[in-house]
Design a protein around this ligand. Structure first.
Ligand code: GLV
Ligand code: GLV
Length: 326
């Protein structure tokens, strides 16, 4: 008999086909998250689950799921997991690192360019029929990207992919991380370590690329925004909560920074509606990894982690190795 698994939310048919070769699937084929009580009820009696960032996996989700062996998130981030609770319950947890780095770095650049050159606000203006004559010193003077200073806070795989793309724009690249990167990695990225203060002070584009944890909650707040240049742009494709949205709205409103490109928000998708009134912010709905090829690769990666785990092998992207025996 095949082990039973839950797929918590709609994925691509080829992922279901792949999983169906190994498992009996309880498929919630809807484009909406299961309410917490239903998620808990459907985890009961399952050996494994494919989950999304919208599924909170904690003690109460796991309470009735004594037979659960593995939960595989279709995301690189796993702040929806209470990892300690999963480990206590002896459940293997996995994520999908690596496969989304280039796509997410592309999204950072899309928002950076859009913010610098006010692409989306200009589009709205043209659509509104407001383009009646051409002006030299026009309303659309933006910031140059070429030869500017790119500052990356959080220089993991995605941060490095963002840095490498800056070469074509002849940018100066600085980064801040708890640890400096090995010399060869710095050379490959043409990037130099600086303090967080220096990064905020010097960068024309401040890009956040760190994973969320309570330790980085409101890492960018009023003080950090005040340290940025008035001509600078903030780009966040990492996680809501790293930025204090209230402080950011104030800084954008008072033009204390030039603009922001945001893919993630506190309390998303119910983001602060005051963002909608600002013309110096570009907003996207958490689509950092959203190309078809990459979303498919992420889901297949999660499926392969689950297949390995339920066949007794060490899943490639294990987050709590102590559960597997170190
Ligand atoms: C997206 O936010 C992810 O963590 O994969
Ligand atoms: C996170 O996974 C990163 O690469 O920064």
């Amino acid at each position: 008999m095949k082990p039973k698994i839950l797929v918590s939310r709609e994925v691509f048919p080829e992922v279901i086909e792949h999983l169906a070769g190994h498992f009996e699937i309880d498929y919630h084929a809807e484009d909406a998250a299961l309410p917490p009580a239903e998620l808990a009820a459907r985890l009961a009696g399952k050996a494994g689950a494919i989950t999304m960032l919208t599924d909170r996996i904690d003690d109460s989700a796991l309470a009735g799921a004594g037979g659960l062996k593995a939960v595989c998130n279709v995301a690189v981030g796993y702040n929806n997991f209470d990892l300690a609770a999963l480990s206590r319950a002896g459940v293997l947890a996995t994520n999908t690192p690596g496969v989304l780095d280039d796509t997410t770095a592309d999204t950072v650049w899309a928002l950076l360019m859009a913010s610098a050159r006010r692409v989306v606000a200009a589009d709205r203006w043209v659509r509104a029929g407001r383009w009646q004559r051409w002006k030299f010193n026009d309303d659309w003077l933006g910031q140059d990207v070429h030869h500017a200073t790119l500052g990356i806070l959080g220089m993991g795989r995605i941060g490095q992919a963002v840095a490498k793309r800056a070469a074509g724009f002849a940018m100066r690249v600085i980064y801040h991380n708890r640890q400096t990167l090995p010399g060869e990695v710095e050379r490959a990225c043409n990037a130099r370590w600086v303090s967080k203060e220096a990064l905020l002070h010097e960068a024309d584009f401040v890009v956040l690329m760190l994973p969320y944890s309570p330790a980085v909650h409101h890492l960018v707040g009023a003080v950090e925004l005040a340290a940025m240049k008035p001509t600078a742009h903030l780009i966040n494709v990492a996680r809501g909560g790293i930025v204090d949205d209230d402080a950011l709205i104030a800084a954008l409103r008072e033009r204390r920074i030039a603009g922001a490109g945001l893919d993630v928000f506190e309390n998303e998708p119910a983001l602060d509606a005051r963002f909608f009134e600002l013309d110096n912010v570009t907003l996207t709905p958490h689509i950092g990894s959203s190309s078809r090829a990459t979303r498919l690769a992420m889901a297949m990666c999660a499926a392969d982690n689950l297949i390995a785990a339920l066949h007794g092998r060490r899943p490639p992207n294990l987050l709590n190795p102590e559960v597997f025996g170190g």
